[in-house]
Design a protein around this ligand. Structure first.
Ligand code: BES
Ligand code: MN
Ligand code: MN
Length: 454
């Protein structure tokens, strides 16, 4: 039986098994769900066991467990390590979902559920592809799985696990399906990810909330000040004003920029999809460049004072914001966090004090387009999509990928099958049934070509 026949025969079962995974609210950020996260890890482990992945087991960490499994068929053959994550983002705001985020359902050829695309639906393609290769006797490489439960909260414990288990994780390449393609008829391979510095800031004014009439005008209002400070972090050209922020930014040649510019992109439909009357961003760069090869600084959340019903006349004692900076190759997340901290403290006016607390960070990643991993992925996708995939740098981050390179010395190939419109991290996240099966069909070909090229 070939791959397509196997898929056809087992289609419904594959979807049902994915649904069992999607039903578990494995929300890594929320301690209330830690039992569900654990149960999800067990489901993943049992799925691996069932298809013949030996040593499928959980590795406990200080946080959520890592699922590991392997099938070593011959030490002389190359080894492929599959990485993915079974944790998901919180589903809120719940009222904006058209169906329960943890009751998966198919509408219009799309699987709706939190994690459908990011990343349960995507890593599960590898589990099913491995099942097919094992069951039809066509596994041409050794295969290892490492599926973690803390990607959405920064992979803090995976870092230690990787450092301590280099031998266990040794591989010739790492394959990750946790990114996307341009469109279902425009296949692409992700060749870059941005890094990340994430900080939380706290601005304190008076030692308690004050009557805004009795004190207003005479003391610093931390919310006013915070807004002013944040506004000053960009200039008229929409560049970031933190001194030294751009020092290490990778300079991309005009030649490479024009090559990148050939990836299909339609500004009008981009705007239409988001109901925008215009785009907005750094002068001198295209929309595609702004969200991939340029660094950013964005407030992700801001709060303080009174936000309940009606009006309350109050000057809050404190104001807060969460700020993310997406980084590009050669920038260092620790350096950037320090530059931010120094600058943000320095621009605080008298009358307030400022505290900056760093959250997680991670480095950017680029993969070559002439390595065996890329070539194998390109050939596999060419076979299944009928078109050669285009290389594109993504604006998202998977911080552990740069760490894999540093600690294991192994490059990752980012062969994802999602679409930007899949609404990952948003209400109504979904994943195309087409994309799910296209991935399952493509992965065995990747293994075949990788074994040949390697
Ligand atoms: N799978 C995403 C990253 C992604 C999506 C990259 C699409 C490229 C295309 C991943 O799960 C994610 O959400 N990463 C976080 C970073 C993490 C440290 C919370 C991100 O990019 O915000
Ligand atoms: Mn993901
Ligand atoms: Mn994510």
């Amino acid at each position: 039986m070939n791959t397509l026949e196997y898929i056809e025969k087992n289609k419904d079962r594959f979807l049902n098994e994915l649904f069992e995974l999607l039903k578990e609210p494995s929300i890594s950020a929320d301690p209330e769900y830690s039992q569900n996260v654990f149960k999800t890890a067990e489901i993943v482990r049992d799925n691996l066991k069932k298809i013949g992945i030996e040593k499928a087991q959980l590795f406990e960490t200080k946080g959520h467990p890592i699922v590991y499994g392997e099938k070593i068929i011959n030490n002389a053959l190359p080894t492929v390590l599959i990485y993915g994550h079974y944790d998901v983002q919180p589903p809120d705001p719940l009222e904006l979902w058209d169906s329960d985020p943890f009751k998966p359902e198919i509408r219009d050829g799309k699987i709706y559920a939190r994690g459908a695309c990011d990343d349960k639906g995507q890593f599960f393609m590898h589990v099913k592809a491995a099942e097919i290769m094992i069951a039809t006797n066509q596994l041409p490489c050794n295969i290892k799985f490492m599926i973690e439960g803390e990607e959405e909260v920064g992979s803090n414990n995976l870092e230690e696990f990787v450092k301590e288990n280099k031998k266990l994780l040794s591989a010739d390449t790492i394959v990750i399906s946790d990114t996307g393609i341009i469109a279902n008829d425009v296949p692409s391979i992700t060749t870059g990810l941005r890094g990340l510095s994430y900080v939380e800031v706290e601005v304190t004014g008076p030692n308690r909330d004050l009557h805004s009439g009795l004190y207003g005008g005479a003391v610093a209002n931390p919310i006013n000040i915070l807004c002013k400070m944040i506004a000053s972090l960009h200039d008229e050209k929409k560049q970031i004003t933190i001194p030294g922020f751009y020092n290490d930014v990778e300079v991309i040649s005009n030649q490479e920029r024009s090559l990148m510019g050939q990836a299909p992109f339609d500004l009008e439909s981009y705007k239409k999809e988001l109901d925008l009357n215009d785009t907005y961003g750094e002068e001198g760069f295209t929309t595609m460049e702004r969200n991939s090869i340029r660094p950013t600084l964005d407030v992700n959340g801001i709060w303080g004072g009174y936000t309940g019903e009606g009006a309350k006349t109050v000057i809050a004692s404190k104001a807060y914001a969460k700020i993310s900076m997406r980084l590009v190759p050669h920038q260092n997340s620790e350096t950037i966090t320090k530059l931010f901290e120094k600058h943000f403290t320095e621009i605080a006016p008298k009358g307030v004090t400022v505290k900056v607390s760093p959250h997680h960070g991670g480095e950017a990643y680029v993969s070559p387009i002439d390595g065996p991993g890329y070539l194998a992925a390109s050939k596999a996708m060419t076979d299944t999509f009928g078109k050669t995939p285009v290389p594109v740098r993504s604006g998202g981050s998977i911080p552990i990928v740069a760490l894999f390179e540093k600690e294991l010395g192994v490059k990752s190939i980012l062969m994802g099958f999602g679409l930007d419109s899949d609404a990952i991290h948003s209400p109504n996240e979904h994943y195309g049934v087409f994309n799910f099966f296209k991935g399952i069909e493509t992965i065995p070909l990747f293994f075949k070509y990788f074994a040949e090229i390697k």
